[in-house]
Every structure is written in structure tokens, then in C-alpha cells.
Design a protein around this ligand. Sequence first.
Ligand code: KG4
Ligand code: ZN
Length: 334
Amino acid sequence: MIILGIESSCDDTALAIYTQDQGCVAHVIHSQVALHGLYGGVVPELASRDHLSKMAPLYRQCMAKAQLKPGDISAVAYTAGPGLIGALLVGSVFARSLAWAWNIPSIAVHHLEAHLLAPMLETEAPDFPFVALLVSGGHTMLIEVRNFGDYHLLGETLDDAAGEAFDKTAKCLGLPYPGGPALAALAMNGVPGRFQLPRPMLNRPGMEFSFSGLKTAVMLQWRKSDQSEQTKADIAYAFEDAVTETLAVKAQRALKATKCKNLVIAGGVGANKRLRARLQELMNREGGKLYYPRPEYCTDNAAMVAYCGFRHWQAGHKDTGPLQVRPRWDLFNS
Ligand code: KG4
Ligand code: ZN
């Protein structure tokens, strides 16, 4: 069984090939960061056009890398949502056209489900059940993953997602887009304890998050500071500290509530080193195990889409109706 996976939900055009015997054998990606950097955020129409121009060349590159020809592919999996409608349409139309031309099944994949299952691409993969902390530019969620297809939402953000908070705070500090990695790099030089920022919703029970107040707190501290490079790094440290501590405390609550021993980190913010270290400490204390995909499988990629498609194929799922993209798609009630 060989699956071609296609991802185009936001600002990365990615293709990958997952085989039942060897796992992911090729994955290629084109990031639109430089294109959107000029505007400080993703411009949907530009994203769609760029996906359109990069899709076919990347497809050829991916097939060449895997040393495969069209007749070798058994099914095409693609992200059908959630995401930007134009961007989703490019990947979905490309995927379904290939499947139609090759007379093989196509499989619509939920982007968040693909993120959730990404750690299973690694040789040391978690067993069900596990708690997943899904932290990306668009989502911050704690999910109890009881089995493939059996997902239970424990808590999510009430306003900004963790990645969004990183990006907006970085913008306040004058850092380049996308802010998450830039802010994390700057925080490495920060002096611990010089600035104190709130830990949103930590005093309240439950597993909900709220990050929008943090960027305002950062802005206020930054405006009344000397605005030196060291101060910038110290504030970045304090911000990263506040976000990662909040995520770790809520993850601990989720483990307690579900009695799960395994914790999985998924999504772009999962590439954050301090978050990983913090969650590792938590799991050492709790006697559980932490799983996370390698950084390139944390951020948007097509290996996770191909793998998710593979799991659906195993479960007997494939497209039956006409093409449908779902810019808004609830993973828990679908
Ligand atoms: O999962 P992802 O690639 O895209 C979606 O949102 O679906 O996540 C992107 C987010 C961005 O907000 C980016 O700033 C953040 O992940 N990010 C990071 C790091 N690397 C990426 N945030 C904090 N630290 C990082 N090292
Ligand atoms: Zn994503």
C-alpha cells in the first residue's frame, strides 16, 4: 500500500509518500514564509496562487525522490480542511484529479487529525490511549485520543492560539514573521526572572486556555522599558516561560483527569524546545512517557497527511461524493 499525501491548508505546499512497509519514504515542502513575510501574516489569495504554481513541480520532485511512478501509488490523501478555502481547493483538486486519472481512491483528511497522529510516523510511537497537546498557529487543544477516530476534547483556547500568541507578541517586539521560532531563539539569551507576566487561567480549574491578554501585557512592559536588545530577550524569555508553564500545568490536569500515561505534543509550537523540556520534566515526575514528532513533522507537512490517509484506508474509508473542502471542520462532531 503506497499513499501520496498532499497538504495545502495554509502557507505550506507539501507532498509526501507513505508506504505500509517502509513508512514515509519521501517528503517535500515549499514554505511561503518569504511571500507573506512582507505583509506580516498570511494573505489568503497569494497563498492560493503560490500553491497553484508550486504543486506540480513539487509532485514531480516527490515522486523522483521516492523513485516511484504513477502506477505505484495506491491512493491519494489530501487535507480537505480546516484551513483557507482557496488554499484547500488547490490541494484537493490536484489530489482528486490524480486519483481520478489513475483510477485509485482519494481520501479526505482532517488537518488536526493528521497533526494528532504525526508522532506515529516515528519508530517509537505512542500506543492508544494518550493525551495530545495540539498547539499550532490556529489551535490550542488538549485532546484525549482513546483510539483512531475516537477523540474527546478536554479543553481549548477561548481566544488566541498559542502559536498565534507567539506570532503576535513577536510582532510587538519587532521580530520577523513567523514570530514563533524568532521569539524562541531570542528567549535563549533572556535573563530569567527580570520580567513577570501573568499565567492566564491557571488559578481556575479546568483545561481551557486564554492567551490574548499576554500580548497586551508584553506590549505594556515593552513600551515602558529601555527597549534595548537585552530587554527584548528578557521579555521574550518571560513570555515563553508564561506560555509553556500554562501549557504544562493544563497538560498535567489532562493526564490526571484521563488517567493516561502517555502525552503527545503535536502542531507547530511543539517544535519549541522549552515546551518540550518542560513537558519532559512533567512526565518524569508523573512517571509517564512523552512523545513528539521530529520538528519537520510538528509543523505543517504532508507525511502526516499521507499517514492519516493510510489509517483511514485501513479503516475502509475513502471519498465517495463530489469534491468538498471544509474550511471549518469540527473534529469532535463529524
Ligand atoms: O502547525 P503549524 O505549522 O501551522 C498551523 O498553524 O497549522 O504551526 C505554526 C505555528 C506558528 O504560529 C509558529 O510561530 C509556531 O507554530 N512555531 C513556534 C515554533 N516553531 C513554530 N512557536 C514557538 N516556538 C517555536 N520553536
Ligand atoms: Zn497545522
